[in-house]
Design a protein around this ligand. Structure first.
Ligand SMILES: *Cc1c(COP(=O)(O)O)cnc(C)c1O
Length: 826
């Protein structure tokens, strides 16, 4: 049976605005019923919490109907299922998206208003499930949205963390982390099935045994088990009936786990043992791009991957599919190396449990897995010490050794190069013996992809160059994308209305239709409407930040926005040096404050709790903000806003208000970025380096509609080779010196010179990501930004052209590329 799935043509997509499944009267009836019989309250008794849950349950009804029909249809089609394996899903709030996909927003608003309930107040009640750190987890959320919208038989697998990414607060300008209690209001979007839990083993020993055919075999006898409980989330497509599943696993203690402890009468230890097992899905590790190598983290990885693989393989075999045909029915996409332990797990399942021959199992496994690499930073490549790995997963380590031995023998035979053999080994020997998960992923996958054109090239040239020389056809690119449902249609309703009026509604499912806007970039009436939308979005975020953080913002200024995780390679410090240099020059009398084009610089960034440099950068931004925002010289000219706890909810309000999108990583360090795409689609102009997907944005929107600056990747590489000495840049650039000296003087720390000493020293002596080398170029481009902003018509024209030319960055297009280049590629 042909596994190919249908996609809707652009013409058909025009008619896909969802029609509501309920009318307002019916909505009121179901809603009040839910209040009465699931919350047990009458309308006058109901709290906002009751009303929110009743709203969710009302909206879930038509979705569940569609969900069940989807499952029946997909089982009948018996095609290929795409299983997306990801340790993170940064979903963002669910209610608005569910109302959108059911077409129920207007109905709900009308129905609730007859009960004197404000829909927006209930929507605001939701705490977003922050089950991811940043870009990687948000990408997974965009992809499952697109898979459903494109009617693809797909399932997302991951972990249902009890605590997601921490809630960031500032105390005296320093980041303080609070636990993310996203479930404290209940989890009405979730459908949990404790009765379908499966046992997942850990540790123990491996024994010799005889299989049913009388052949010698190996058998893993785990030392302890934990139950993986499936928690289902509905993933509705837009403009289609498809509702796919996101299945997140929650850990529960296995009953047999501590039976003997109970029997021994040691109640306290029995309870402690339960807590230990249930700890597995308790908390998301808050490190973004820097794996910690903690045992619990490996437990999490194996826990969700083992449960997911067993789940899908069992259901596929039940449909009568043979082992040999599994690759025609399943594809596992590995979102970075976190789920890579799935490769030895499938081997174990096939060889030990299902008694397949090793070679047959290996060829099946290598057909089923595909690996997406997300990094270029060497420290972000996950490795697991073999002693830890072997203690927790002894049979898997054996399997990895055998995979490695056979692979290296093959390399030896084909190349006769012992250096290459060592470089390509799945096991590293130095500085400690460890499993290189990226190597295991590459050896065990059919396709390996990077996430932007430049990144995929650098993977082939640097990070995995031996592998790409060995298997040139294994490597491909799929440039990331973002869902236009959440990041335009929902987050920017006024722009959406403007687009609907101008080019129809088809863009929501087919974002390439944005190109129809192109001629309107020269229509002054349209530009004015577009500018008005931007102005309204600025007022909207100003109101949000006033209420949320007590931040007062002017509405008539450049909204210059840098929001993303705090990381040295992303160079928030370069943005800060720009701001400080403006202030320093005003103080020094070399810049007239009146000549500064009024600007609001908005930062949003969480730092990993153990990442010292990142946390100090946060403290410095807050310190600079405190001073600059109160400097009489700068009133009405320059302001910093740093709202705490940047998350999807805030992103949806902030990005539509931005004029300028800061994408200023050192070239060759950001794999793709997806924030850059969200901004361009909402009509912000990018100031950026030639890094990640910026390269493609720059090419698509055109140089005159993009503020390009800084070194290229080869420039940065040469500078590093030549021996980079940041202090030379400090000494020869008077403005840079003025800015750094002002910080070093204690001007932002009540005269305390030691407060930011480590940042200043790092700039002068280390500066791994070369902020100082790009400073002059960055300052010059910011002057161009100001000039262009003064010419409102030119700015607005460029902004419209950014929208018109970035339809490529829809995650629907990314998913089509995955289908063409990876999942359905023959
Ligand atoms: C899109 C997004 C990111 C990723 O931003 P980058 O600029 O690509 O790093 C991180 N966090 C949130 C909340 C997002 O919505």
């Amino acid at each position: 049976m042909d596994a190919r799935t249908s996609t809707v043509s652009p013409e058909a997509a025009q008619d896909h605005e969802p029609s509501p499944a309920l009318d307002a009267t019916e909505f009121v009836r179901v809603f009040t019923n839910e209040l009465q019989y699931t919350r047990g309250v009458t309308l006058p008794q109901a709290s906002n919490q009751d009303k929110y849950i009743a709203l969710v349950r009302t909206v879930l009804r038509p979705l569940i109907d569609r969900w069940q029909a989807t499952q029946a249809r997909q089982a009948e089609q018996n095609g290929k299922t795409v299983a997306y394996l990801s340790a993170e899903y940064l979903l963002g709030p669910q209610t608005g998206n569910a109302l959108l996909s059911t077409g129920l927003e207007d109905t709900a608003r009308e129905a609730l208003s007859t009960l004197d309930i404000d829909l927006d107040e209930l929507i605001a009640h939701e705490i977003e499930p922050g089950l991811g750190n940043g870009g990687l987890g948000r990408l997974a959320a965009c992809f499952i949205d697109s898979l459903a919208t494109k009617d693809i038989s797909a399932i997302g697998y991951g972990i249902r963390y009890n605590y997601g990414i921490f809630r960031q607060t500032f105390v005296n300008g320093h980041q303080v982390e609070q636990p993310d209690t996203w479930m404290s209001h209940g989890t009405p979007w979730e459908i949990t099935h404790p009765e379908l839990a499966q046992p997942i083993g850990f540790a123990g020993r491996v024994e010799d045994t005889i299989n049913s055919a009388g052949q010698p075999a190996r058998k893993w006898v785990p030392g302890w088990y934990v139950q993986a409980v499936p928690c289902n989330y509905l993933v509705p497509g837009y403009g289609t009936d498809t509702v796919n599943t996101l299945r997140l696993w929650s850990a529960r203690a296995a009953d047999e786990f501590n039976l003997h402890i109970f029997n021994s009468g040691d109640f306290e230890n029995a309870v402690r043992a339960r807590t230990y097992a249930e700890n597995i899905s308790n908390v998301l590790y808050p490190e973004d791009s820097t794996p910690q190598g903690k045992e619990l983290r490996l437990q999490q990885q194996y826990f969700f991957v083992a449960a997911s693989i067993r789940d899908l393989v069992a259901r596929t075999l039940e449909r009568g599919v043979s082992y040999a045909d599994l690759p025609q029915h399943i594809t596992f996409q590995l979102n970075d190396t976190h789920p890579v332990v799935g490769i030895p797990e499938l081997m174990r399942l096939l060889v030990d449990d299902h008694e397949l021959e090793w070679d047959d199992a290996w060829s099946i496994t290598r057909e089923i897995f595909n690996y997406t690499c997300h990094t270029l930073l060497p420290e972000a490549l996950e490795v697991w010490p073999v002693d830890l790995f072997g203690r927790l997963l002894p049979r898997h380590l054996e399997i990895i050794y055998r995979i490695n031995e056979e692979f290296l023998n093959e390399v030896r035979l084909n190349t006769g190069n012992e250096l290459l053999v060592r470089q390509m080994s799945i096991i590293q020997e130095q500085p400690f013996r460890a499993v290189r998960m990226a190597h295991l992923a590459t050896v065990g996958s059919r396709r390996v992809n990077g996430v932007a054109a430049l990144h995929s090239q650098l993977l082939k040239d640097n990070v995995l160059k031996d592998f790409s020389a060995y298997w040139p056809d294994k490597f491909t690119n799929v440039t990331n994308g973002v869902t236009p449902r959440r990041f335009v249609r929902l987050s920017n309703p006024e722009l959406s209305d403007l687009l609907n009026d101008a080019i129809g509604t088809g863009w929501v499912r087919d974002l390439s239709q944005l190109s129809q806007l192109e001629p309107l970039a020269d229509d002054s009436g349209f530009l004015e409407q577009f500018a008005l939308v931007k102005a309204h979005n600025k007022s909207r975020i100003a109101a949000v930040l006033a209420a949320r953080d007590g931040i007062e913002l002017p509405s008539d200024a450049i909204y210059d926005v840098m929001v993303k995780r705090l990381h040295e390679y992303k160079r928030q410090s370069l943005k800060l040096l720009h701001v400080v240099s403006l202030y320093a020059r005003v103080l020094a009398g070399t810049l007239n404050a009146e000549d500064i084009e009024p600007r609001v610089v908005v930062f949003g960034a969480k730092a990993a709790p153990g990442y010292r440099m990142a946390k100090e950068t946060i403290a410095l931004i807050n310190a600079v903000a405190a001073r600059i925002n109160n400097a009489p010289e700068l009133q009405g000219r320059l302001k910093i806003a740093f709202p705490a706890n940047y998350n999807v909810t805030l992103a949806e309000k902030l990005i539509p208000a931005a004029d300028l999108s800061e994408q200023i990583s050192l070239a060759g360090k950001e794999a793709s970025g997806t924030g850059n795409m969200k901004f361009a689609l909402n009509g912000a102009l990018t100031v950026g380096t030639l890094d990640g997907a910026n390269v493609e944005i720059h090419e698509l929107v055109g140089d005159e509609n993009f503020f390009l600056f800084g070194m290229t990747e080869p420039d940065a590489e040469s500078l590093a080779q030549a021996g980079y000495v940041p202090s030379k840049f400090y000494e020869k650039d008077a403005d840079l010196k003025l800015a750094i000296d002002l910080i070093a003087s204690g001007a932002f720390s009540n005269g305390d010179r030691s407060a930011f000493e480590s940042i200043v020293s790092d700039w002068l002596w280390h500066d791994r990501f070369m902020a100082l080398a790009d400073f002059r170029s960055y300052l010059d481009i910011q002057t161009k930004v100001e000039e262009k902003y003064r010419d409102k018509a030119a700015w607005n024209r460029s902004a419209v052209l950014n929208v018109a030319r970035t339809g490529f960055f829809s995650s629907d297009r990314s998913i089509q590329d995955y289908l063409d280049r990876i999942w359905m590629e023959k």
